[in-house]
Ligand binder design. Structure first.
Ligand code: ZN
Length: 359
């Protein structure tokens, strides 16, 4: 089943190395043009990327293209629920994309304004265009509707607000179009379309977030990007307070602040699960960490480490009780509540602290 999904949706197409291969092939068959300079009588590809989820993910693609001396247009969304264009990492990535010799377009969310008339469309396009031009000091010559519905597709003139409309009647009806929306092909595979080389002008739309280093499922790619971004924001806030010598006070602070240097990532996960009230998860993560440390100590095979492991088990009779409890949690017989979880956590961390002191 797993293999079938990959195969039927050609998910192995969506890697950066495969993208490089496609571009190399495309260079043999086509020229690369932009929305402003293509000619209908000349074989060319207009390369467009809609950035819905992450600008740093788009930058990876921008660098691959630049390595082949190919330029594309990157359409930036001002109303993304997933990235804030003005946060440092995103804004810096836009600047890097520009440095990699690409153009910037406006990815326009008409649903945000509930646009009904052409006048309203032009008004809001101008506002967003001016903003992008001023912030990034570039000229914006094209726009693309984000999640285009039947309402906005009625606006099908060649240009609005001085920008080429990528869903204009001409581009929609006269130019071959291929898209990887939602992380899979609808009709053609890009490689096949380019390989046959039967078209004059082709508008190729990709969403960079789906072109990662390894083969993966589209849902996983989006979830990973969003989770990583959330995690970085949480860690950034911790570091910010730490740099100001302030405390980021949480319910577990008294228990873990002294020992979290042992394994920052695991303690981050433990605290996150605690805040989300996933107490079984908290206990399992802590138990695994404790055992990892004990295993590490026993694998050292020194007299000292043996003594440490033995003393840990002898001193803490609670270790046996704890393992009984973990057994119940694992087989689903026990759902821990906050008070019980806190008590258990205190016992586990006591042992962890002792192990760390013996180092
Ligand atoms: Zn979009």
């Amino acid at each position: 089943m797993k293999f079938e999904i990959r195969k039927s949706f050609y998910l192995t197409d969506f890697t950066q190395s495969h993208y490089f291969k496609i571009l190399r092939l495309a260079k043999e068959k086509y020229e690369f043009c932009s929305f402003t300079n293509f000619k209908k009588s000349k074989k060319c590809i207009i390369l467009r990327h809609d950035i819905d989820a992450s600008v740093p993910a788009a930058l990876e693609i921008a660098k691959i293209e630049n390595s082949l001396k190919i330029s594309a247009t990157y359409f930036i969304l001002l109303h993304s629920p997933w990235y804030n264009l003005l946060e440092e990492e995103q804004a810096e990535s836009v600047k890097e994309i520009i440095k990699n010799r690409h153009s910037i377009g406006l990815h326009f969310d008409s649903l945000f304004y509930n646009i009904r008339t052409e006048k309203e469309l032009v008004k809001y396009l101008n506002i967003e265009k001016d903003f992008l031009q001023k912030i990034f000091n570039v000229e914006i010559n094209a726009f693309a509707f984000h999640n285009p519905d039947s309402k906005c597709l009625k606006f099908d003139k060649w240009k609005y607000a001085g920008m080429i409309n990528t869903y204009s009647g001409y581009l929609k009806n006269k130019i071959k179009y291929i898209s990887d929306s939602n992380g899979y092909w609808r009709n053609n595979r890009l490689y096949d379309l380019i390989n046959t080389g039967n078209n004059m002008v082709v508008q190729v739309l990709t969403h960079p977030v789906f072109w990662q280093k390894r083969v993966n499922y589209p849902k996983h790619k989006i979830w990973e990007v969003i989770s990583r971004s959330a995690e970085n924001k949480l860690k950034g806030y911790d570091e910010l307070l730490f740099s100001f010598k302030r405390h980021n006070i949480g319910e577990l602070s008294a228990l873990i602040d002294n020992i979290k240097h042992i394994d920052k990532q695991t303690f981050f996960k433990i605290e996150k699960a605690w805040i989300l009230k996933e107490y079984n998860e908290v206990i399992l993560l802590s138990w695994m960490l404790l055992n990892k440390l004990l295993n590490r100590a026993s694998s050292m095979k020194t007299v000292q480490s043996k003594r440490l492991v033995n003393s840990t088990f002898k001193k803490h009779k609670s270790y046996i009780n704890l393992s009984d409890l973990i057994g119940q949690v694992l087989c689903g017989k026990k759902m821990l509540h906050a008070k019980e979880a806190y008590k258990t956590l205190t016992e586990i961390f006591k042992i962890i602290e002792e192990i760390s002191l013996h180092k």
